[in-house]
Design a protein around this ligand. Sequence first.
Ligand code: PLP
Length: 260
Amino acid sequence: MHDQHGRWPQAESVEDFRRNMAAVHARIAAACQRGGRDPGGVRLLPVSKTKSEASLRLAYAAGCRLLGENKPQEAYRKWEGMTDLTDLRWSVIGHLQTNKAKLVAHFAAEFQALDSLRVAEALERRLQAEGRGLDVFVQVNTSGEASKYGLPPDEVAAFIRELPAFSALRVRGLMTLALLSVEAARVRRCFVLLRELRDRLRQEAPDGIDLDELSMGMSGDYEIAIEEGATVVRVGQAIFGARATPDVYYWPSAGEGKTD
Ligand SMILES: *Cc1c(COP(=O)(O)O)cnc(C)c1O
C-alpha cells in the first residue's frame, strides 16, 4: 500500500495513544453527524495485531479495555501475558481453524470471523466444556475477491438458520472486510451490501439471533463505513501506528490461496 508510515506514526507513549484515540473518536463523531447517527451507536475496536505487549499496555493505560487481534495464537499469547489486566477483553477478528477453536473458547469475549459450521461446532464444543459463551459475528465476503474469507452473501441466510443449534454462540451481527482500494465508491459498495443484507436477514432471523451489529471499516475507510451504518469499526494503524508486517500475512492474497 501507499505511504502508511508517514500517515500513521508509531504510538510510543500513553499520551500518543490518548491523542490517537481522541482523534479517531472525533472522526467517528463527525461521520455520525453526516449520517444523522448517534456516536453512542458506534463502538471503536482498537486492533493491536503485530504490536508488542508493551505497546498494548500503553493503549490500556490510555483507557483501552477491548483489543482486536487477527490471529488466534498471537491473541492467546498476548492474553496470557496480560492476565493481570482483569478488565481487558479480547476480540478475535481473523480466520479460525478448527484446531485453534480451543484457544479462542478459553479467553476471547468475541469472535468476528465465523464463516463455517465446522468452526461453529468446534467452538460450541469447547465453550460448553469451559462453561463460557462467546459473542460472534458472521463474516461475509462483500468484495467478491476469491482470496477473502467469509461467506458469499447468498449463503448467509441459510448459514444463520443453522446457528440457533449452538447455544454458546451469541450471534450479534455481520462483519466484512471491504475491498482494499483507493476508490471510495468501490469500498462503499461493500459496506452498502453488508447493511442491505443485514436489513433483509433481520426480517427472517430465527429467535435468539440478533443481527443488530455491523462490523465494518478499518483505519483507511471507517468513516465511509459509519456513513453506511457500521456499529463496530476495527481500527489498528490509526491508533497504534503503521505495521511493519505486510497485510498479506493476515489476508491471504489470491496467489497464495486460503488455508483450511
Ligand atoms: C488488521 C485488521 C483491521 C485493522 O486494520 P488497520 O488498517 O490497522 O486499521 C481490521 N480488521 C481486520 C480483520 C484486521 O485483520
